[in-house]
Design a protein around this ligand. Structure first.
Ligand code: NAD
Ligand code: UDP
Length: 318
């Protein structure tokens, strides 16, 4: 395949850094743009010597002009504690950031990928969630800066497609985990692993009966690239995630077993608007991209636990 120059916004984050790796492995050139809001230099340190990799410190809320052949737009804090710590900035990154990259795609007439989210379904009334479901989102709650920001970004993407014929690819990503997750971003997988490794109590929010479906990062990134490289028009967004649904309590018990940790479980208040259920219907992705996750939850958790063991991270503060 012909080598391309590819812009990855949010490339120093968890998913972005794995995407940079995968694109370089496919022999492309990568321009990583990030403002280190939640990402880190450490995530991309191993790429700095590669002559096909370059980095630009830039906030995507501001205009950007660079010559590239494709764009993956991932810039946005993804964990609730980070996106809620400066909610207006989260909304700005979603909307002004989307406009920045869409304008670039329009001017250069190049394809653009948007990292959207299962959060567009909110606390879903349809289970599992199909792409045709319009969602159940509280527009004024504490998650709205992210949920509504991502929904408005999708609106902009589809309007740029209709109005300016920009070739867009929109992935609705379900909970993804793996090495390079930020140890203190409060997401459930990283929290439970770090707590278990430090023999601290695992913090179950609410009863732990709420469900999520966890996808290992390498499976997701393969889905991103297949979606971007799909040769024909794709009408609408595509769910990408692992359909295996578990309760948060099941997840805690699996992590305790895999880490052989003596930690106990304690209960904390459930955050407001916390979705009760989440499971992707991935039939469209399976059919169009011939894609489905291949890494089991146990296998993926083992790899993530090994990563955190090597990181020697300090305890989760709560
Ligand atoms: P992350 O926080 O690790 O990465 C986000 C990156 O974007 C960071 O490097 C951060 O510094 C950068 N960034 C934030 N605001 C920016 C700005 N204004 N300008 C430039 N860079 C900026 O999160 P992640 O888990 O890697 O998520 C990446 C994308 O995938 C996000 O858009 C997120 O909404 C989406 N997503 C992730 C998940 C998941 O489970 N990880 C699920 C659904 C959607
Ligand atoms: N959660 C939990 N304990 C934690 C962190 C999270 O019980 O220490 C719960 C959280 O309330 C939610 C689920 O785990 O129901 C997933 O949370 P996360 O922040 O990882 O992702 P999201 O809620 O955005 O899906």
């Amino acid at each position: 395949m012909k080598s391309k120059k590819i812009l990855v916004t949010g490339g120093a984050g968890f998913l972005g850094s794995h995407l940079c790796d995968a694109l370089l492995q496919r022999n492309h050139e990568v321009l990583c743009v990030d403002n280190f809001y939640t990402g880190s230099d450490q995530n991309i340190a191993h790429l700095k010597e590669d002559p096909r990799f370059s980095f630009l410190h830039h906030d995507i809320c501001n205009p950007l002009f660079v010559e590239v052949d494709e764009i993956y737009n991932l810039a946005c804090p993804a964990s609730p504690i980070h996106y809620q710590s400066n909610p207006t900035q989260t909304t700005k990154t979603n909307i002004l950031g989307a406009l920045t990259v869409l304008e670039l795609a329009r001017q250069l007439q190049i394809p653009i990928f948007q990292a959207s989210t299962s959060e567009v379904y909110g606390d879903p009334l349809l289970h599992p969630q199909t792409e045709s479901y319009w969602g159940h989102v509280n527009p004024i709650g504490i998650r709205a800066c992210y949920d509504e920001g991502k929904r408005c970004a999708e609106t902009l993407f589809f309007d740029y497609q209709r109005q300016y014929q920009v070739k867009i690819r929109v992935a609705r990503i379900f909970n993804t985990y793996g090495p390079r997750m930020h140890p203190h971003d409060g997401r459930v997988v990283s929290n439970f692993i770090v707590q278990a490794l430090h023999h601290q109590p695992l913090t179950l929010y609410g009863s732990g009966e709420q469900t999520r479906s966890f996808c290992f990062v390498s499976d997701l990134i393969e889905g991103f690239i297949r979606l971007m490289e799909y040769p024909d028009v794709i009408d609408g967004p595509l769910n990408l995630g692992n359909p295996r649904e578990v309760t948060v309590l099941d997840l805690a018990q699996t992590i305790l077993k895999l880490t052989k940790s003596p930690s106990i479980l304690i209960t904390k208040a459930l955050p407001s608007d916390d979705p009760r259920k989440r499971q992707p219907d991935i039939e469209r992705a399976k059919k169009l991209l011939k894609w489905e996750p291949t890494i089991s939850l146990e296998e993926g958790l083992q790899a993530t636990i090994a990563y955190f063991k090597n990181q020697q991270v300090v305890e989760v503060k709560r």
